[in-house]
Design a protein around this ligand. Structure first.
Ligand code: GDP
Ligand code: MG
Length: 174
């Protein structure tokens, strides 16, 4: 099997502050979860999912600058997308829907895997978006859904394994 076949580009989308970089750094195995404001990072890692290895290239570059060209590139280059909102921020949830629509427009007929992620599930008392709302949104927008907590490392592994499974499902059905 060709190794190119198993290298998947995953793009993180979502509003500022929702936890994209935190999720990416956990994936990348970066221990230090300090709040460093970096221009943008890419994390390259192989994970074994269902007994088979997959290499993911995770791009945390959406906020690198407000460059229209970069945003267009992001919409074009992914094999899969992670659209992140914070369950404590209703506006970020609405933004996630907007991004889903933008993505659909950019990739028209393509059936690319998209996971809607409600992050910061640990912040129970400041929750503004319910699990049900998140799930319902994913149904409407025809994508997968998961709630995560980067702070507690909860469901982060499942998130990235889920992406690999989604990509494989589509490849197998071709
Ligand atoms: P980004 O702007 O989307 O890249 O978001 P960051 O990853 O920089 O996170 C923004 C802020 O939210 C930081 O202070 C993080 O420590 C915090 N944060 C990220 N994920 C979580 C989480 O799951 N729970 C909590 N309580 N805080 C989080
Ligand atoms: Mg960031």
């Amino acid at each position: 099997s060709d190794s190119e076949d198993h290298l998947f580009k995953v793009i993180l989308l979502g509003e500022h502050g929702v936890g994209k970089s935190s999720l990416a750094r956990i994936f990348g195995g970066v221990e230090d979860l300090q709040d460093v404001e970096e221009a943008g990072n890419t994390y390259d890692r192989s994970i074994v999912v269902d007994g088979e290895e997959a290499s993911l290239l995770v791009f945390d570059i959406w906020e690198q600058d407000d460059n229209h060209w970069l945003h267009n590139q992001c919409m074009k280059m992914g094999d899969a997308y992670v659209i992140v909102y914070s369950v404590t921020d209703k506006a970020s949830f609405e933004k996630a829907s907007e991004l889903r629509i933008q993505l659909r427009r950019a990739r028209q007929s393509e059936d690319i895997p998209i996971i809607l992620v409600g992050n910061k599930s640990d912040l129970v008392r400041s929750r503004e978006v319910t699990v049900e709302e998140g799930r319902a949104c994913a149904v409407v927008f025809d994508c997968k859904f998961i709630e995560t907590s980067a702070a507690l490392h909860h469901n982060v592994k499942d998130l990235f394994e889920g992406i690999v499974r989604q990509i494989r499902l589509r490849k197998d059905s071709k």
